[in-house]
Write a protein that binds this ligand. Structure first.
Ligand SMILES: Cc1cc2nc3c(=O)[nH]c(=O)nc-3n(C[C@H](O)[C@H](O)[C@H](O)COP(=O)(O)OP(=O)(O)OC[C@H]3O[C@@H](n4cnc5c(N)ncnc54)[C@H](O)[C@@H]3O)c2cc1C
Length: 447
């Protein structure tokens, strides 16, 4: 006999406990909704507030960030929203149900959650682009290295080159220096003619402008090469040798680590799985953060890369709308429009130059999970064709790393998202939850 599995029920189920998800949960819970928040990390905070504060090159900056973070955390904890950490959402087996995997002392198990309204706040990830040597030990994601450092990885005394594109490079460099690393240089691929109008437009965002100035001041003695990008990494007798170019000249920098990332890519897989439409690689939402699927909202970076303030205001709007509190939205709508406009200028300023998509040699690995080289991908007409012939994108990362790279290199977009959206150990399906969905009962937890 199959025992009846149980799905916990939420009026409002939030996926992602970063700034957007926290703001959404606070807004919905303080208006009387039963809110559950699922996140695959051990605590709330998302990328920017992952264990401790974000990159903070001086004390005043640290204080501002810390206060903001502390205020949101306190409001979140007091709101009545319940955080269920360590849960990765992997599937949406039927309308109104999400399935998660959670590690327990007895091994990973599947759990189900039923929702009346769903808010997706799944954030973004770094974009990686292949170039010769990018898979060598010592080459790491810029945000990835920052996350390691926040988790206790020691960088004191290490020589680091920071390269790629986006404002994250400065934040990471400042954080690494703060923790004792020697930042050898920063290479930003964006052209000066794109960065100047972006910087000039920052007058309307004084807090962000001040933050940028603080980062630059904290790194004043570090060469900041605008319009430069990495072309190759080689092993050296001690550490690695990073070659940087501006298209005319090349320099070689010795270091222990290259922290490299090319801006961010929205995490849209879960939204796609539940049927939400995308627009330009981001989840399509209206002014109330409503997606194209009734009852499903999306906030923060999956709707487009626009930074912390956009994530917070979008989260609040999504939470209020999910709770039926739309009368408060007009002031928030103005703030939302301002932050979205900032995001558009940001993405235009840090748009990839064509040269950085042309760095692969024939033997450069593009899909590192399945060891697929650039030459094996050439000649295919689409992502599907390349996948079928080469297994590109079919490894454990499920195309999260090579997908955006392949899109930049060949213009191919993944055609579909299939469950589970993250690898799931087969043992997780041994429990009574996952394979008996027709037997699923939904239970309401009394608060
Ligand atoms: C690697 C990285 C480092 C960054 N560092 C900085 C920085 O130092 N300073 C700065 O100003 N900005 C930084 N940013 C940008 C910053 O994250 C955004 O500006 C903004 O804070 C995003 O908030 P969010 O709530 O939309 O997303 P996030 O903060 O990314 O939160 C999304 C949350 O959803 C969770 N999640 C995603 N998918 C699932 C799933 N299927 N199941 C369960 N949980 C899931 C994630 O683990 C995460 O906790 C960084 C971004 C990245 C990608």
């Amino acid at each position: 006999m199959i025992s009846k599995a149980k799905a916990q029920h939420a009026d409002v189920l939030v996926v992602g406990a970063g700034p957007a998800g926290m703001a959404a949960a606070i807004a919905a819970a303080t208006h009387g909704c039963r809110v559950l928040v699922l996140d695959d990390n051990a605590a709330e905070g998302g990328q920017i507030w992952r264990k401790g504060i974000a990159a903070t090159p001086d004390r005043s900056e640290s204080k501002v960030r810390d206060t903001r973070q502390a205020t949101l955390r306190t409001a979140f904890r007091k709101s009545g929203a319940k955080l269920l950490p360590g849960r990765r959402v992997v599937d949406a087996p039927r309308q109104g149900i999400l399935r998660t995997i959670v590690d327990t002392p007895a091994g990973p198990i599947a759990e189900s959650f039923a929702w009346d309204r769903l808010i997706l706040a799944t954030g973004a990830r770094e974009r990686f682009l292949p170039f010769p040597g990018w898979t060598l030990p010592g080459v790491v994601g810029a945000g990835g290295l920052q996350a390691l450092v926040k988790g206790g990885y020691p960088v004191a005394g290490k020589r680091v080159v920071v390269a790629g594109t986006g404002p994250l490079l400065l934040a990471v460099a400042a954080h690494l220096r703060h923790d004792g690393a020697t930042v050898v240089s920063i290479a930003e691929q964006a052209a000066l003619r794109r960065l100047v109008p972006f910087a000039a437009s920052m007058w309307s965002h004084p807090a962000k402008l001040k933050q940028g100035i603080r980062y630059r001041r904290a790194l004043a003695d570090v060469p900041y090469r605008i319009g430069w990008w990495p072309v190759a990494v080689e092993k050296a007798s001690s550490g690695i040798l990073v070659r940087l170019t501006n298209g005319k000249h090349t320099v070689a920098e010795h270091c222990d680590l290259l922290a490299c990332g090319f801006h961010l890519v929205p995490n849209t897989e879960l939204a796609e799985l539940v049927g939400c439409k995308l627009n330009g690689g981001a989840v399509e939402v209206n002014e109330q953060q409503q997606t194209t699927v009734a009852g499903i909202f999306c906030a923060g970076e999956p709707t487009g890369i626009a930074g912390l303030d956009a994530a917070l205001v979008q989260g609040e709007i999504a939470g209020l709308t999910a709770a039926g509190q739309t009368q408060q939205l007009s002031a928030l709508s103005r703030k939302r429009a301002k932050e979205i406009a900032f995001g558009q200028r940001l993405n235009a300023a840090f748009r990839l130059r064509p040269e950085v998509t042309l760095l692969s040699a024939p033997d450069t690995i593009v899909c590192r999970c399945e060891d697929v080289t650039f030459s094996r991908l050439q000649g295919h007409a689409s992502w599907t064709a390349a996948k079928l012939q080469t297994r590109c994108g079919m490894g454990p990362c499920q195309g999260r790393i090579c997908g955006p790279a392949v899109q930049s290199l060949f213009g191919w977009r993944p055609t579909s998202v299939r469950p589970p959206i993250f690898p799931v150990p087969i043992s997780a399906f041994g429990n009574n939850d996952s394979d008996s969905l027709e037997e699923l009962t939904v239970f309401q937890e009394t608060q």
